[in-house]
Design a protein around this ligand. Sequence first.
Ligand SMILES: Cc1cc2nc3c(=O)[nH]c(=O)nc-3n(C[C@H](O)[C@H](O)[C@H](O)COP(=O)(O)O)c2cc1C
Length: 187
Amino acid sequence: MAVDVVAVCGSLRRGSYNRMLLGSAIERAPDGLHVEELPFRGWPVYDGDLEAEAYPEAVGRAKERLARADGLLLVTPEYNYGVPGPLKNAFDWLSRPPRETPLIGKPVGTIGASTGWGGTERAQLVWLYSFRFLHMPSFNRREVHVSMAAEAFDESGRLTNELFLKDLDAYLAQFRDWLEGLKRARR
Ligand SMILES: Cc1cc2nc3c(=O)[nH]c(=O)nc-3n(C[C@H](O)[C@H](O)[C@H](O)COP(=O)(O)O)c2cc1C
């Protein structure tokens, strides 16, 4: 019983370390775990009038895909010790309208890369507030904080730092096991 995870990478820039981290996660996903990116490029800034009058089709499609997934993985940069605006905006769209959001109760995990020492540790903690509001169980048994990211990847964008690779592999395997357990319990 493979578990299906959609992953949202919070950086839009070319050469993003978080995108590289997501690429490595997709490539290294162990048996029984399928990781697929859910893109959000081009989504407008959240606006209640837009929501009421012209709900973006791309958001609707993303919500359908997320509804079918067993879990969500946020690959999050850290901006000013907090969550990055573009990813929070995408998350906020996915949370609307409240009665129709696939985020409610969706199991979630976070990983991230930053050029500083913290490796997005603070941003990952800040995300917990939003998960709590939406009753999203969050995976906390392992953590991936890729710090000093400029030295952690090779020229082709693959994660090469041995310690972070170990963290990522352990995270993916245990995230899969955790999601499998939750999926079994729902049956
Ligand atoms: C607006 C802004 C705020 C930032 N704040 C932090 C921060 O609080 N902590 C940190 O470790 N890095 C911070 N950085 C540096 C990011 O870690 C770095 O830009 C990183 O490459 C962003 O992820 P990306 O490579 O996936 O785009 C900040 C960058 C930006 C653009």
